[in-house]
Design a protein around this ligand. Sequence first.
Ligand SMILES: *Cc1c(COP(=O)(O)O)cnc(C)c1O
Length: 239
Amino acid sequence: MDKSDGLKHNNLSPLSRDGVDPELEGVIRERLGYLREKIDSLSAPGKVKIVSVTKGFPVEVTRAAYFAGVRDIGENYVQELVDKYRLSSDLLGLTRHFIGHIQSNKLRAISEVSDVIETISRPSELERLNRLAFRGSVLIQVKFDSDPARSGVPSDKVLELVELGRNLQLNIEGLMTIAPIVDPKARGEVFRLLRVLCDNLDLPECSMGMSDDFEIAVSEGATMVRLGSAIFGQRSTKN
Ligand SMILES: *Cc1c(COP(=O)(O)O)cnc(C)c1O
């Protein structure tokens, strides 16, 4: 699907560096380099994709990140994602990951501006993506605890969802999880379980690990880590 359909174009010229703060770009480049080195020391070099999580930061940060070499960004909030998309649709080759909680009435908007949706956890969401003819990548979010307040599908229901997605010919690329905030050993266990599920289901992408625990996740076989504060610093507002 042409993602620019129905969306207004901004008035920045293509690949304009206008408004990009060179100092910010430099800081992002430096932190990314440091993180990349760390990650590559724990896994086969280049195996792990860094998704740079720009939620809570203005679009100027997205633009600076792009010019610092970022090609995968993550966003959590639909309105923020849509607003920033409009202001950065000239950044060719930027892959946008939706990593937030999904409300089904927002799925159309999400599908229009995302290349990867990482947080699918219900059959109805897959059916809706199918009706929307979503051609991007889909990851299923898995949870390994029984807290009903947490997003994700329990691990014993993952197979069912993956099969449904495949039958609908959606691009089910992998699984994603957020480790519960517990001691590092328990996080390692959660990451290990996700890795086993990916292997058993023959899914290439294993999205796990954030700024606090990406080293554990990479050691356990992550193919994508989602890093926000480690690259951009503390977010001032929500989450
Ligand atoms: C916010 C968020 C991240 C990034 O968090 P940091 O701790 O800042 O790295 C990663 N994944 C998800 C799902 C998030 O909501």
